[in-house]
Design a protein around this ligand. Structure first.
Ligand SMILES: Nc1ncnc2c1ncn2[C@@H]1O[C@H](COP(=O)(O)OP(=O)(O)O)[C@@H](O)[C@H]1O
Ligand SMILES: [Mg+2]
Length: 378
C-alpha cells in the first residue's frame, strides 16, 4: 500500500527566487497489489513524485506512507532514507552498467547495495530473477550486446532482485520501438500481477496507461487533475484537458440551457441544442464544452427521431488503413469523426450524424483549457 498526501516539491533554480514548482499538492492511494499509473505530459511532475516515494528526492511538504510505515512527514520532520524503504525502481534511462555482464548488473544491488545480501544465495537469486524476465540464457552476455528490450528487462530484473514490496517504474517502455512496446505492455503487466507486487508506473503515453493500469492518476503542472479506472478517466473526463489528453476528443463550446436539471442537460451550441449525459454541478448559463469522441459519433441514413441528429459535410478525409478519419462541418463547427474503411466517403459529401446523448459529456470551460483560444464565445 502507498499513500501520498499533499506532496509538494520545488527545485531551486540558478537564478534563485522561489524556484520551479515540480509537484504542488499531490495526493493518491495505491492499494496492495494494484497497478497504479501516473500519466501526464512531459514536465508535469511524474518523475519527481516517483523519486519522492523512492526517497531519492526529499519533498518540501506532505506525507508518504509505505505499507503502513510513514517514511516521510514534513510536519513531524520524519525522513526514512531510500535504502530502508524496500522499493525496487527502474529509471527512464535504464542506467545499466555497460562494462558488466547481465548477471553482474542484476547482482549489483545484492553485492554492492546498502541492503546487502545477508542470508541470500546471490547466484541462485539472480538466476531466478533473470528467469522471471526471460533472460536466463543471457546471464554471461556483456550488457552492450543487448537489444533495447533486453536492456529494459535487465533494469527490471535489477529492480526485482531484492524482492521489494513496491515497484516503481519510470517510463520503462518509452525507449522501445512500437511493436516491442505493444508486446511488453502485456508482458510487464502480467509479470507484476503474477508477483502481486504493488506498482507505480509512470508514462506520458495514454494508450500504455489505459491498457495496463488498474487506476490512473492524470497529472498536469504538478497536480492530479483526475483519478479513476481507465474506463472512468477515458469515458468520463472531468476537464477539457483530461478529454484532450486521453485520446482525441471533439470539444464543442456552448452554454448550459435553462431546461437543464439532474437528469437532462441541454447545451446551446452554435449549431443547435445538444442533449447531454447528466453531469455533476452544471448550472444553467455556465460556459462549457460538450466532449464527444470521434468514434462515439454514429452515422445515420437520414434525419430521424433520435436526439442530436445533425447534417454534416465532409471537409477533409484521412485514410488511416483501419479507418477513415474525417473532418466534418456542422454549421460553423468542425468535428472529427471516424468512418468505416469499407464505407466509401467522398469530399463534400453530406452525412447525417447522431451525437448519442449518453456519449456527450459536459465539462466546465476554463481559461487554461487546450484549444480555449479557438473556442468561439456563445
Ligand atoms: N533536478 C531538477 N532541478 C530543477 N528542476 C527540475 C529537476 N528535475 C525536474 N525539474 C523540473 O520539475 C518539473 C517536473 O519534472 P519531472 O518530475 O521530471 O516531470 P515528468 O517526469 O512528468 O516529465 C519540470 O518543470 C522539470 O523541468
Ligand atoms: Mg519523467
Amino acid at each position: 500500500m502507498i499513500a501520498v498526501r499533499d506532496l509538494a516539491k520545488r527545485y531551486a533554480t540558478k537564478q534563485g527566487g522561489t524556484g520551479v514548482a515540480a509537484v504542488s499538492g499531490v495526493s493518491f492511494t495505491v492499494a496492495k497489489g494494484e497497478f497504479f499509473t501516473l500519466l501526464g505530459p512531459s514536465g508535469c511532475g511524474k518523475s519527481t513524485t516517483l523519486q519522492c516515494i523512492a526517497g531519492l528526492e526529499t519533498p518540501d511538504a506532505g506525507e508518504i506512507e509505505l505499507d503502513g510505515t510513514v517514511v516521510f512527514c514534513s510536519r513531524r520532520r520524519l525522513l526514512v532514507p531510500a535504502n530502508r524503504r524496500n522499493i525496487g525502481m527502474t529509471f527512464q534511462s535504464y542506467a545499466i552498467w555497460p562494462h558488466m555482464t547481465v548477471f553482474d548488473n542484476v547482482a549489483f544491488p545484492l553485492v554492492h547495495g546498502e541492503r546487502g545480501s545477508r542470508g541470500i544465495d546471490v547466484r541462485q537469486r539472480v538466476m531466478q530473477t533473470l528467469d522471471l524476465v526471460k533472460l536466463a540464457d543471457y546471464a554471461d552476455r556483456p550488457s552492450p550486446h543487448l537489444s533495447g528490450g533486453q536492456q529494459q528487462r535487465v533494469a527490471l530484473a535489477r529492480a526485482l532482485v531484492h524482492e521489494p514490496g513496491l515497484l516503481l517504474l519510470d517510463e520503462p517502455l518509452s525507449n522501445l520501438d512500437a511493436k516491442l512496446r505493444d508486446a511488453m505492455r502485456v508482458e510487464l503487466r502480467l509479470l507484476v500481477k503474477s508477483l502481486g507486487i504493488t506498482t507505480v508506473f509512470v508514462t506520458h503515453d495514454q494508450l500504455e496507461a489505459l491498457s495496463m493500469s488498474d487506476q490512473i492518476a492524470l497529472m498536469r503542472a504538478g497536480t492530479v487533475v483526475q483519478q479513476g479506472s481507465p474506463a472512468d478517466v477515458y469515458l468520463r473526463p472531468v476537464t477539457a484537458f483530461a478529454a484532450d489528453f486521453m485520446g482525441r476528443s471533439n470539444l464543442i463550446p456552448g452554454k448550459v440551457g435553462q431546461g437543464t436539471n439532474g437528469t437532462a442537460v441541454q447545451v446551446e451550441t452554435s449549431f443547435g441544442v445538444l442533449r447531454c449525459a447528466p453531469a455533476k454541478s452544471v448550472t444553467a448559463g455556465a460556459q462549457v464544452y460538450v466532449v464527444v469522441r470521434p468514434q462515439a459519433i454514429i452515422l445515420r441514413s437520414g434525419p430521424d427521431s433520435a436526439a442530436n441528429v445533425f447534417q454534416a459535410r465532409i471537409d477533409r478525409l484521412h485514410f488511416l488503413g483501419d479507418a477513415f478519419e474525417a473532418e466534418v462541418r456542422i454549421g460553423d463547427a468542425e468535428l472529427r469523426i471516424m468512418l468505416d474503411v469499407y464505407f466509401q466517403p467522398a469530399l463534400g459529401q453530406t452525412l447525417w450524424l447522431e451525437l448519442p446523448v449518453e456519449r456527450c459529456a459536459v465539462v466546465q470551460r476554463r481559461e487554461d483549457d487546450p484549444g480555449a483560444v479557438a473556442a468561439a464565445p456563445t
